[in-house]
Design a protein around this ligand. Structure first.
Ligand code: FMN
Length: 227
């Protein structure tokens, strides 16, 4: 039975009568989820096959099950399919990439200049995911205002997993100036773009992070302390 009010919720805590039914899944479901987690990749190579609109809508329904601080749902998504808009976004990417290359020197810069870091023009779909702050105070953001933006990011992570489960590839492009992105893509007033996501059918199998394959970096063991 669901506790009806605040006091009963705390009482349910103290009674701890049983493990909630929703937490029991067959092992095959859990295995499937772990497979999705292990095979999710950041993709930058895409096949031109269009993504059906119903599938895009299905993926976007992830936002209706995603967590958000105070249930505030502080997000907005712009689906970009027009090539002209993607070209405008790509122009911004080229500028940032040129600036970023200068932060590295020697062999590191040479390697940087060979990296494939986006699929903006190849991916038939781009998603601009913005933070759209709700009016008024939001429960849970008093001491940690950034929790509002974290909510958007955590929803994107779920979207990434759902795309993987549906056989799609997603690639996150952060080499973009938010001010340029706001000019290139029409966004609602008050929306601050946090991510440009390339979405489509991947054209390259990736068994490990591409940056690892090309020798830029390596997955490391988790630094963890138990106290
Ligand atoms: C916030 C964020 C921004 C990222 N921005 C870029 C990017 O601009 N270009 C790129 O090629 N990859 C980008 N990535 C993908 C990472 O390079 C990738 O997640 C990492 O190398 C691990 O590879 P994997 O996601 O395939 O496991 C980004 C990932 C995150 C989480």
């Amino acid at each position: 039975m669901t506790p009806a009010n605040h006091e009963e919720h705390y009482a349910a805590d103290a009674d701890a009568p049983h493990v909630a039914a929703a937490s029991t899944f067959p092992a095959s479901d859990a295995d499937a989820l772990w497979r999705v987690l292990a095979t999710r990749r950041d993709h930058r190579h895409f096949h031109p096959t269009p993504v059906p609109r119903e599938l895009i809508e299905r993926l976007l329904s992830v936002f209706s099950v995603a967590p958000s601080v105070g249930l505030s749902q502080p997000w907005h998504v712009t689906v970009v399919q027009e090539l002209a808009v993607r070209e405008a976004v790509h122009a911004g990417f080229r500028d940032v990439r040129a600036t970023e290359a200068e932060r590295f020197s020697g062999e590191r810069r040479e390697l940087y200049n060979t990296l494939r870091l986006e699929g903006i023009l190849q991916a038939p779909v781009g998603l601009v995911v913005s933070h759209l702050p709700p009016d008024g105070p939001v429960l849970g953001t008093t001491a940690m205002p950034a929790a509002s933006e974290y909510s958007v990011i955590s929803a994107i992570t779920l979207l990434w997993l759902a795309a993987t489960a549906e056989g799609l590839g997603m690639g996150w492009v952060s080499l973009l100036d938010p001010a340029h992105l706001s000019g290139a893509v029409p966004l609602p007033t008050g929306a601050r773009p946090l991510a440009y996501l390339c979405l489509g059918y991947p054209s390259l199998d990736l068994d490990e992070p591409l940056l690892q394959t090309v020798g830029w970096g390596q997955r490391r063991p988790l630094p963890v302390d138990w106290v």
